[in-house]
Design a binder for this molecule. Structure first.
Ligand SMILES: [Zn+2]
Length: 208
């Protein structure tokens, strides 16, 4: 999105005809202020732009108008994205395309971002193991994906209207959130992975 309402331009040999045809009375070398809507598409004049990804954290920039046009034309929603967000937009679009064409497979990036894939793998797992206890040890990849996108396997099983009583046979201890219990988990993690769990991995214990 362009933040400026109008901008100063200079008439040169390339844009003179364009502005005359737009009704401006101009000659070579003139400087004038025009509204953004009237800018010549190939204009090198710099405009202040704001990335239209609402989660974007980069600062507003000043870029050439012609680069702005190239940017918005590259996106089918005709919005402006900074280079960082533009990459994400295109990657997500590609992932969606691959998903729709059924070529996004287990192990691919973005695979878990699609709910239908999570359901498919989750149900496959249940069919094979019947219960969800120890899922974190049996299939940590699936477990982590379910933690990340579905807030844990209990929440996901609930969402899918599955029989919780049957799926969780081991009762969680009453002190599940107890400090010592968490410390034991961390110790176990260090034993298995030879490193301290990340904040996210510790969060996994809390949520799932
Ligand atoms: Zn951005």
């Amino acid at each position: 999105m362009i933040l400026d309402k109008e901008v100063e331009i200079k008439i040169g040999s390339k844009n003179k005809k364009y502005y005359i045809e737009k009704g401006y009375d101009v000659k070579l070398g003139d400087s004038l202020i025009v509204p953004i809507e009237d800018l010549y598409e190939g204009s090198k004049v710099k405009v202040n732009v704001q990335c239209q990804n609402s989660l974007c954290t980069s600062k507003n920039k000043k870029i050439q108008y012609r680069h702005y046009i190239v940017n918005i034309n590259a996106n089918d929603n005709h919005k402006y994205y900074c280079s960082n967000c533009s990459n994400n937009y295109n990657k997500n679009k590609l992932a969606k395309l691959n998903q729709d064409n059924k070529v996004l497979v287990y192990g691919d990036r973005y695979y878990w971002t699609f709910e239908e894939n999570r359901i498919k793998e989750f149900m496959k797992y249940i069919e094979e193991y019947k219960i969800l206890d120890n899922m974190e040890k049996i299939n940590s990849r699936l477990y982590n994906a379910i933690c990340r996108y579905e807030n844990g396997n209990l929440a996901f099983a609930n969402k899918l209207n599955l029989n919780i009583e049957e799926l969780f046979q081991k009762k969680k201890p009453n002190n599940y959130y107890d400090r010592n219990y968490i410390i034991d988990h961390i110790k176990q993690f260090i034993k298995e992975n030879s490193r301290f769990p990340s904040q996210q991995e510790m969060g996994v214990y809390r949520r799932c």
